[in-house]
Design a binder for this molecule. Sequence first.
Ligand code: SAM
Length: 317
Amino acid sequence: MPTRPLASTPWETDLDAHPRQRVSTLLRAAEGLLAEAGIANPAPDASSLLAHAWGIETQTLSRRRLFDEEVPAEVAGDFARLCERRRQRVPLQHLTGTAHFRHLELSVGPGVFVPRPETELLVTEVLEELKSRAEGAAPLVIDLCSGSGAISLSLASEHPGVRVIGVERERTALEWSRINLERTHLGESSVDFVEGDATTFADDTPALHGSADVVVTNPPYVPDAAVPRDAEVREHDPAAALYGGSTGLEIPAQIILQAESLLRPGGFFIMEHSEEQGAGARELIASTASLRQAATFPDYTGRDRYTVARRMTETSR
Ligand SMILES: C[S@@+](CC[C@H](N)C(=O)[O-])C[C@H]1O[C@@H](n2cnc3c(N)ncnc32)[C@H](O)[C@@H]1O
């Protein structure tokens, strides 16, 4: 879609002529431009970008909008530049440097997958599983393909006393997760982000066989030939975070086998996938020696999003 050049945005052409611009005028102009660029929900993006340019919280911006305060010229200039990049479909989270996930504000940027709201549901399921466990030794959760650390850090900060190992192959993503680890209060829990290949992790770490209470994974699962519709995903999420093989389930299939080895008998497995992959995920689970009770659940929009299973004990197989 052809885009209008920045020079025609009201705040830039008028900046010198009208140095005292108001919050509501700038936000309305930005919302219009972002909508024109095909951004589905431009109002929250415009507010986040103006708050970011101003160095304030969005709640503070809401108050300033209520009183329609003046925006300092340098803030308006920074805001115009941010809006222009957003109009070019740079992800909002890369522009503000943060992604919200459950209670966390994670640092993200180029080279790391931006965590998605639907993945929060996997965390809810794991927390339920951990709560249902009898008191005892600190439970061990292994998060295969840990990316920014969204799942690992949420679990650790929301369930006191859990031990989490996050496994990530890509160096840059691993670095982001370690930055996030430093900034997250873990209390009695612990998180270790290790560099490793999730498709061979159990083979590479025999000492962990049969030790995990939970294996959680949000692996790459987009079919190699599928082109994501949104430019933010297509052009800014790392390919390693997206593509899972020709059907999309080739990498998940290997991860399922690794999870089986890592889980203790009775342990819980949970994996995110696309809305078309529920049946495929259940078949892969059924073909393992000891993962059973596969069940698929929907996300907030009612689309199949993740599948759970349990490793059977020798006697219950
Ligand atoms: C879809 S992202 C999920 C990231 C994070 N867990 C989340 O939910 O936001 C998949 C992640 O898996 C990583 N990855 C891809 N292949 C991998 C492999 N073989 N071993 C370990 N990590 C891998 C990617 O670099 C990316 O960070």
